[in-house]
Design a binder for this molecule. Structure first.
Ligand code: PLP
Length: 365
């Protein structure tokens, strides 16, 4: 058949093994998942309330414009409602951007290593992929990325903080990049971990959109808000950019229940503050561990940490899984020898670090 040539050799996203599979494989009664940067504290208690209330008419299509959620999000961010596009997770916004802008005649630029979905979707559209290695400290090398921009560059991706390193590229560097990059190149600033950032010189990028209409900021309800199962993410941009993206969106891409859940979650900022506070405490457990064992780690501004364990990361991953802790092996992310661990509750962190300690104090394998 006549499938697109660029699909040759492309693999489907491989999710890690489910908790049920791991329980069965290792005969465990309990398994802790610290692999996908989900919120270990769940989500706002208001969501459970919503689900127990019921009363929704499932026969009706959802509001395709997500009007209530849109109104609240616009207020929350201080933007116009027409500056927002909602997606089935911000993953879908990434897909829509590539659908709207990428083709075999253009190129797209991102860091290496970064979130894999940019490259994956760009390749499906047949665009030339240009990747620029991260700097030694794990932040974006924006000067080199800028130098790689050509007349054919359609989209540049900046993941900030970056997944999987957790590192933050300074706001002033991104601003300076925006001032110098051609205004007909769309800059996607993926801020999936925005809520977790605690450094004081972090600037909110959304007001920048006024000066840079080619900036599209991505945020999500999947991480700090703890609603990954509901699949709600969004893009914030200039009215021109949003108007160009909207026709690529499916008419009913967010369910009624997920729109309501996201709206309630947005209203509960106390939950977010508590989440961030607990995450900051959890982060220090890992940093203390790394320093005690003299392991290199990337300074993280997220709810995960990438640690250089100086040994085969696939084997370490298997070992931790056999003890009931699912993490991500750096080998699967393109940084072998490291583990990416989602920061969990204090007890979960103690548990995984106890077994990691067995590994790093044993003779190096
Ligand atoms: C998790 C994640 C996303 C996708 O989140 P959705 O669940 O699709 O909203 C996007 N970008 C980065 C960097 C992520 O880590």
């Amino acid at each position: 058949m006549k499938f697109k040539k660029q699909l040759e050799g492309l693999q489907a996203y491989k999710p890690g093994r489910t908790m049920e599979e791991v329980k069965k494989a290792y005969g465990l009664s309990e398994v802790v998942k610290l692999a996908s940067n989900e919120n270990p504290y769940g989500s706002s208690p208001k969501i459970q309330q919503l689900l127990s209330e019921g009363g929704m008419d499932f026969a009706l299509y959802p509001d395709g414009y997500a009007a209530s959620l849109r109104e609240s999000t616009a207020k929350h961010l201080g933007v116009k409602e027409t500056q927002l596009i909602f997606g089935n997770g911000s993953d879908e916004i990434i897909l829509l951007v590539t659908r709207a802008l990428l083709s075999p005649s253009v190129n797209s630029i991102a860091a290496s290593i970064t979130f894999s979905q940019y490259e994956h979707n760009a390749k499906i559209e047949g665009a030339e992929w240009i990747s620029v290695p991260l700097k030694e400290d794990g932040t974006h090398d924006l000067e080199t990325m800028l130098a790689k921009v050509t007349n054919d560059t359609a989209v540049v991706w900046i993941c900030n903080p970056n997944n999987p390193t957790g590192t933050l590229t300074p706001s002033k560097d991104i601003y300076s990049f925006l001032e110098r990059v051609p205004s007909d190149v769309l800059i996607v600033l993926d801020e999936a971990y925005y809520e977790y950032v605690t450094v004081s010189d972090y600037e909110n990028s959304i007001p920048w959109i006024e000066k840079f209409p080619n900036l599209l900021v991505l945020r999500t309800f999947s991480k700090a808000y703890g609603l990954a199962a509901f699949r709600v993410g969004y893009g914030v941009g200039s009215e021109e950019v949003i108007a160009q993206l909207e026709p690529t969106r499916e008419p009913f891409n967010n369910t009624s229940i997920s729109q309501q859940a996201a709206l309630l979650a947005l209203e509960d900022q106390t939950f977010i503050q508590q989440t961030v506070q607990q995450n900051t405490a959890g982060k220090s457990q890992y940093i203390e561990f790394c320093e005690r064992h003299q392991l290199r780690y990337y300074p993280t501004q997220t709810n995960f940490i990438l640690i250089d364990i100086e040994q085969d990361s696939d084997r370490a991953f298997e070992y931790l899984m056999s003890k009931g802790y699912i993490v991500r092996s750096g080998a699967a992310l393109g940084i072998p020898g490291t583990l990416r661990i989602t920061i969990g509750t204090k007890e979960q962190n103690d548990g995984v670090l106890h077994h990691l300690e067995e590994l790093v104090t044993k003779e190096k394998v």
